[in-house]
Design a protein around this ligand. Structure first.
Ligand code: FAD
Length: 377
């Protein structure tokens, strides 16, 4: 049986970034149930890097990921990982209080966030309806992420340091004896003293295989679709446009428009599919706000964003099961937080504590530990 220092379960962005960081000093095996990494949430995102959304701790982790994205290690990727996009929250007259709250929160994280009046918002995105929009705020530092380049950069880096990625390798059972786990997978048996549970929506299921208590993970479906704007509309310089009440968003995507109703429907973990009703709801909301005909939807999909009760990620050793490490609950932020989450995982899994930059921005072990949730359930 092949022996490793760490077996990481799940080759989405969480498992890939953890494997990448761990492989600097350890021999790592990444096992993935599907035939290619990124089949689930990682391959279904809206590809945004935004420092002004999510709970405070998530914002700190996103911020701590910026330097890696802007200046990745040599050979990590051939092209920039982030490209300027900007993100605009728009509000109707009845949403101006919410917009003001959002402004006050956002400016604490990104000093460049600014209020934008209806006229300027319409100058940036001319399809916005004058009888809809009362005001907006702009986060000029929001960017598009090349998710595929980031994900494959981690996987390539892991392999180059003697790590291995095995696909079609669903984890089906775990035994712990004499300080080593044996992972029984569809691709054979592997052994390591530590299992890193990075199985996305399936993290509580993987924990059950190890005899660990669940952390109460709730996967929530989010729908997205792509359509072509009319030829005369030039979307290239638009920021990503979000309703301040989080009931829809749309953004340019390679000459097309990616849109979402920002739905959050709780589900069992599965290969989630979009519901036509959610797509229709998004079209209706977007057309109430903007003059964009949606005549032909080119592609629609859904993915799972998985959260625990307090909305923070779960990173740390299980309080009761030896050698079982959690990396779960990335919610809607798993791509943009992945560089710092990978570092954090590697540092905690090798008992080195919180990296100093994250500690300086207020992150501590207790706030992310699975123990906070296992105790609460
Ligand atoms: C529509 C949408 C828009 C989003 N937009 C953004 C965004 O703009 N920015 C952002 O940062 N985030 C965004 N997200 C969130 C982001 O996609 C997720 O947080 C992230 O992909 C989670 O990564 P993961 O590796 O934890 O999960 P996954 O990518 O789902 O990976 C988990 C992997 O574990 C594998 N697995 C499960 N069980 C087993 C087992 N027993 N054995 C072996 N393998 C197993 C699965 O097959 C899967 O490949 C969005 C999500 C959605 C759905």
């Amino acid at each position: 049986m092949e022996r490793y220092d760490f077996i990481v379960v799940g080759a989405g962005i969480a498992g890939a970034s953890a494997g990448f960081s761990l492989s600097h000093r350890a021999r790592v095996l990444l096992i993935e149930r599907e035939s290619h990494p990124g089949y689930h949430s990682t391959g279904r995102s809206a590809a945004l890097y935004v420092q002004t959304h999510g709970p405070e701790a998530v914002r700190a982790i996103t911020r701590a990921s910026r330097a890696f994205f802007l200046d990745p290690p040599a050979g990590f990727a051939d092209a920039p990982l982030l490209t300027p996009r900007g993100m605009m929250f728009i509000a109707r007259a009845d949403q101006t209080d919410a917009l003001e709250r959002s402004f006050r929160e956002s400016i604490r994280t990104v000093g460049a966030v600014r209020r934008v009046d209806a006229r300027e918002a319409r100058a940036m995105v001319p399809v916005l309806r004058e009888d809809y929009i009362a005001g907006a705020i702009l986060d000029p530092e929001a960017m598009d992420i090349d998710v595929h380049a980031v994900h494959y950069g981690y996987l390539r880096g892991l392999r180059s340091r003697n790590g291995a990625v095995v696909t079609n390798a669903e984890l089906r059972g775990l035994d712990f004896r004499s300080g080593f786990w044996t992972a029984h997978t569809a691709a054979g048996e592997f052994s390591a003293p530590v299992i890193v549970n990075a199985a996305g929506a399936w993290c509580d299921k993987v924990a059950a295989l190890a005899g660990a208590a669940p952390v109460g993970l709730v996967p929530k479906r989010r729908t997205a679709f792509i359509f072509d704007p009319p030829a005369e509309i030039d979307t290239r310089r638009w920021p990503s446009v979000h309703d301040v009440g989080e009931s829809f968003y749309f953004k340019p995507d390679a000459g097309r428009i990616l849109a979402s109703p920002a739905d959050e429907t709780p589900m069992e973990p599965c290969d989630v599919q979009p519901d036509d009703l959610d797509v229709a709801i998004a079209v209706e909301r977007i057309q109430a706000a903007a003059r964009i005909p949606v005549t032909h939807i080119i592609r629609r999909w859904a993915g799972l964003r998985s959260f625990v009760a307090d909305g923070l990620p779960v990173v740390g050793y299980d309080p009761k099961v030896d050698g079982f490490f959690w990396l779960a609950g990335q919610g809607g932020y798993g791509i943009e937080t992945s560089p710092a989450m990978g570092r954090l995982c590697a540092s905690l899994a090798t008992r080195k504590g919180i990296p100093s930059d994250l500690a300086d921005s207020g992150i501590n072990e207790r706030m992310l530990s699975p123990a906070r949730l296992v105790a609460a359930i």
